[in-house]
Design a protein around this ligand. Sequence first.
Ligand SMILES: Nc1ncnc2c1ncn2[C@@H]1O[C@H](COP(=O)(O)OP(=O)(O)OP(=O)(O)O)[C@@H](O)[C@H]1O
Ligand SMILES: [Mg+2]
Length: 269
Amino acid sequence: MTLTTEPRITRAPFYRSVGDETEVFRAAARRGSPVLLKGPTGCGKTRFVEAMAHELGRELITAAGHEDMTAADLVGRFLLQGGETVWVDGPLTRAVRSGAIFYLDEVVEARQDTTVVIHPLADHRRELPIDRLGTSVPAAPGFQLVISYNPGYQSVLKSLKESTRQRFVAIELDFPPAEIETDVVAYEAGIDAETAGTLVRLGQAIRRIDGSPLREAASTRLLILAGGLVAEGLPLRAAVQSAVVRTLSDDADVVRALGELVDAVLPRS
Ligand SMILES: Nc1ncnc2c1ncn2[C@@H]1O[C@H](COP(=O)(O)OP(=O)(O)OP(=O)(O)O)[C@@H](O)[C@H]1O
Ligand SMILES: [Mg+2]
């Protein structure tokens, strides 16, 4: 009997380009230039990085920024293991050593003394100083830094430090135009193009509300969520109530106003 090991073939993540983001990312990757992704929640930032990492044949290592994040969370720390103190690389150090793409999500949530550790990686030095080890690790070929943030809901105080920002190639993503968003919603939710088109029209109507009281517009993700309920057999209207209207707001007046918008957009059944 012969044993064969099948090569692990993972399918390319589904991503539909909207503008020139793919070309810009490829060019930045060839240069090893760091990339800053901007865009509202649920517009496809993570999916875009996953698709690019797959296309470029690189491992993707992700960390999410939060206010308690310290440099050690990214770089690594000494841990006690079986009575011995051993150094354990953090996700950033692993990516630097292995030539992976390191994706730091929600970068502005992290304190500035944390984001500063990425500076020497984001310019010509391409190295990660590890003070605790007294060394500096040069970035392996293929290493690329990608950070993201949502300019909409983060306060001005939490904007990115200029010296950080000016090291990055910036790519701005937004909700795709109707035709593409319809394809995305249909594919991801597993519903027909007509139903997806209706959800997208509703999403666009919500995004157009003047002086919107909503913290965030109806995202592509939310439309996919509603589409998923339809794929599971729920009527479109009920799916929209649960996955769009009630998700977007707790305020009774706003929920009522959104309900009227739904009545205007959804076909009578
Ligand atoms: N252009 C696109 N091609 C394919 N899928 C898309 C596209 N735009 C959005 N999506 C879909 O929208 C959903 C949300 O995308 P994703 O999780 O990447 O958003 P995000 O921008 O990272 O959001 P967050 O800021 O909340 O992390 C995913 O299911 C993704 O497939
Ligand atoms: Mg994301």
